[in-house]
Design a protein. Structure first.
Length: 145
């Protein structure tokens, strides 16, 4: 009785796929754990109280902080703009040399107390020098009375 041998090229490559799948799974899990371990990776921004508790940012550190613009605090001198934000309990002064988004200007003209921003930049312990300011779009819909 003769046995017929199956050539290597036609054998199912189960072992190759199993090893390749394991390598991909380990790589994905490693990337997820690395990303989750980075400071600030689980939240888009900090509150003002969290920022003040954290303290000044280091050389490479940049923080994102959220709050509502304090009415009457907006000042512009040339390209530099400064304003204050509050989360109801704490206040933070922000200075930027970047142009503010149109949503910020539009919302500030309509209702200065309703402007919500996220500012990203360096914190020196007193103020945040922002490299980027994002503004929540003002609501175009109003509830009917």
């Amino acid at each position: 009785m003769t046995t017929k041998q199956v050539p290597l090229a036609t054998r199912p490559p189960r072992l190759k796929f199993a090893i390749g799948g394991a390598v991909v799974a380990v790589a994905i899990l490693g990337l997820i754990s690395w990303a989750m371990g980075r400071p600030g990776s689980t939240s888009f921004y900090m509150t003002i109280a969290e920022l003040q508790a954290e303290g000044p940012s280091g050389v490479a550190g940049a923080y994102r902080v959220n709050g509502n613009v304090v009415p009457g605090s907006l000042e512009q001198q040339g390209i530099e703009t400064s304003f204050a934000i509050s989360d109801g309990a704490a206040r933070l002064d922000i200075t930027t040399r970047q142009p503010l988004p149109d949503a910020f200007s539009t919302a500030y003209e309509n209702d200065p107390a309703a402007v919500e921003v996220v500012a990203e930049g360096r914190y020196d312990g007193q103020k945040l020098t922002a490299t980027k300011v994002l503004a929540k779009c003002p609501s175009k819909f109003k509830t009917q009375a």
